[in-house]
Each structure stands twice: as C-alpha cells, then as structure tokens.
Design a binder for this molecule. Structure first.
Ligand SMILES: NC(=O)c1ccc[n+]([C@@H]2O[C@H](COP(=O)([O-])OP(=O)(O)OC[C@H]3O[C@@H](n4cnc5c(N)ncnc54)[C@H](OP(=O)(O)O)[C@@H]3O)[C@@H](O)[C@H]2O)c1
Length: 330
C-alpha cells in the first residue's frame, strides 16, 4: 500500500505572504498584494510547469488558502497540486482535530483532496501522526510530510505511519545558504537514503537573501520580517554580491542563484512568490548548473556571515557536540 514519492516540479511555490493580502492587512511580510496580481502569478507559474502550491491554515488564518483557491479558479484540479498543513497549536478541542482542520482547508481550497498534507511542527508526534492514517485511507490526503521535525521525530512519524502501510514521503524544513541546520543534522542524507523528498523553505530568507533589500533599502517597516532581518542585512552583503556576480554571468539574479543552489543540493525549494517576474526567475534558476567550487564558495560566504536566522517557531535541528562530549569521544 506504500504510495510512491510524489512527482513534483523542480520548485514549489509558497504562499505564506499571500495571507497578508487584501483585508487581512500587511502584517507578517508587509507585502502589498492584490487578487489580480496573484492571479497573474498563478497564470505565469502554471504556464511554465510550476504547479505545486504550498499553503497552511495559519498563513493569514485561512486567508492564504482562500486567496490561492480564487487565483487558481478555472484550472482543472489535475493541473495543479495542493500542499497544506495541520498546525497543532491551532487544533480545536473536538474528537479528531486533524480531520477537522483538513475539512476546513478543503472547504477553503474548494477541493476534495490535498496532494500533500503536513504536520506543521513536532508539538506531539505520537499524538498527531496516527490521525493522518484514516485520511490517507479515505484518499482525502494523497501524500504525507512532516515539517520542522528533527531526525528522531521524522523516524518516529515514519514508524507510526509504517504500521498502517504508509510512510513519511516528504520533509519540509528551513534550509538556505544562511541556515543549513538540517544538512548538518544529517536530515538531507536521511532523505536521500530513504527516498524522501526534502522541501527547503525560506531559501531566500523571506527576501533578505535576494539582494533586493539592503541597509539602504530595508524590508518593509513594521513587518515581522523587517524585525527579523533588517538588523543583519549589512552582514549579508558579501554573499548577495557574490550571488549577483555568479548570476550575472548567466543572465540571472542573486535570488535565482540562491534557488539554483537549493536545487543543486538535491532539495525542492519552496519559493514565496509575490510577483510574476519572480516566476521568470524560477525558470532561469531551474536551468542553472552551479559548479562545485561555486557552491563551496557560496556556502563559505554564508557561514562567514555568521548570522542565526532560525525562525521563532523552529527548534535547532543540529546539536554541535559539546567540548566535553567531544573529548569523551576521543
Ligand atoms: N513549514 C514551515 O514552517 C514554513 C515556514 C516558512 C515558510 N514555509 C513555506 O515556504 C514558503 C517560502 O518561504 P517564505 O515565503 O517565508 O520566504 P522566501 O521564499 O525565503 O522569501 C519570499 C520573499 O522573497 C521575495 N522574492 C521571492 N522571489 C524573489 C525573486 N526572484 N527575486 C527577488 N525577491 C524575491 C519576496 O519578497 P517581496 O515580495 O518583498 O519582493 C517574497 O515574499 C512559504 O511561503 C511557505 O509556503 C513553511
């Protein structure tokens, strides 16, 4: 009964910022998005083979899902894939909060199934994972993934699903040139060895790693991402300058190079798309082949920036051995 790892495009599309659009205001990203602008993003993406859309109830508390469904109107359900999440912290008190949250998402998304359903974080793996099984059996969920889980938590979720003939088919964690915690913790290797697709989120560090923003042109004032990144923008300059130069040789931008790096590392980036021109960037990015030396150089610059961009919702994936433990190992 084990289903096959889903076939997906080289890049998936993120819609967290879409939760900010319209009446919900411009809270997290400070983006000024409109329904017509997002429809154009969808059209450009769909026409170019980018058909996997990632969202979550908690992105604007339903707003991202609603806006995404509107923007996808007119496309046949088979022409796109939907990825949304169960967020434990938003669970209701009922008998089956996972089924309940999924039902609400299906309703907002105007569909009878989601292609990929995620447990958003490892708040209680043993409690929430089993509740996915009936949803897989009924076909309301085609594939399951876990997000923000460490290696042990991924293995536990996989074991729980395995007892019913299913498995964890995808992992979705923060992974960028500034934040390679999942790589250091062995999660990328685990995924490769177990045929689990690794989706990397915040590859562009919410815009801070695109070269578009800098000390003279910071992220939108008052937004959460401004609070998280504006203070470190000066430290990112050497890396974004180098990405721009590497991209320049190929008619591509710094952001395209960051995305190409995540693809080169064997991951499927989920890029938050807010403009049609960003889809053109994805078309370039999927065609860029970075040389090993370029990858090494970019990673060295990322490390040298010496910033910690772990989100407030994330736990550290990698525990560096303490000097005491290291000594004991010798
Ligand atoms: N599972 C989880 O816990 C979790 C957590 C975070 C994110 N995610 C998922 O991953 C997705 C991606 O993360 P994210 O949206 O937070 O951040 P991101 O992809 O790192 O950055 C997105 C931002 O970068 C800018 N951008 C995108 N493409 C660009 C390009 N080609 N050139 C220049 N700027 C570009 C846009 O900002 P401007 O509009 O300002 O230009 C956009 O809002 C989310 O939308 C969500 O689906 C999941």
């Amino acid at each position: 009964m084990t289903s096959k790892t889903p076939a997906v495009p080289a890049v998936a599309l993120g819609t967290w910022a879409w939760g900010d659009s319209g009446e919900a205001g411009d809270g997290y990203f400070g983006s000024q998005l409109t329904a017509s602008g997002l429809r154009e993003v969808v059209e450009r993406a769909q026409a170019n083979g980018f058909t996997l859309w990632d969202t979550a109830l908690v992105y604007g508390m339903g707003h991202s899902e609603t806006v995404l469904a509107q923007a996808l109107k007119g496309y046949a359900r088979s022409e796109y894939q939907l990825s949304t999440k169960f967020t434990p912290q938003a669970a209701a008190d009922g008998d089956d909060p996972v089924a309940e949250m999924l039902e609400q998402s299906l309703d907002r998304l105007g569909t009878e199934y989601v292609d990929l359903y995620w447990i958003h974080n490892p708040a209680d793996v043993a409690r929430w994972t089993p509740l996915l099984i009936p949803l897989l059996q009924s076909g309301k969920i085609k594939h399951v993934g876990v997000s923000n889980h460490n290696l042990k938590q991924i293995a536990l979720a996989d074991q729980i699903l395995g007892e019913a003939g299913f498995r964890v088919e995808a992992v979705q964690n923060h992974y960028s040139l500034l934040y390679r915690s999942s790589e250091r913790a062995g999660i990328l290797d685990y995924c490769r060895e177990h045929d689990v697709r690794f989706f990397s989120y915040m590859v562009l560090e919410q815009g801070a790693l695109t070269g578009r923003y800098g000390p003279a042109h910071p992220l939108p004032a008052g937004s959460n991402r401004a609070a998280a990144y504006n203070g470190i923008l000066p430290k990112l300059q050497a890396l974004t300058d180098r990405m721009r130069a590497i991209g320049g040789n190929r008619g591509a931008s710094a952001a395209d190079v960051a995305t190409a790096w995540a693809i080169a590392k064997g991951t499927t980036p989920i890029i938050g798309v807010t403009r049609t021109t960003y889809i053109d960037g994805l078309i370039r990015a999927r065609g860029i082949e970075l040389a090993d030396e370029e990858i090494a150089e970019l990673e060295a610059l990322g490390d040298a920036a010496d910033v910690d961009t772990r989100g407030w919702w994330e736990h550290e994936m990698y525990q560096a051995p303490s000097p005491v433990a290291e000594k004991a190992l010798r």
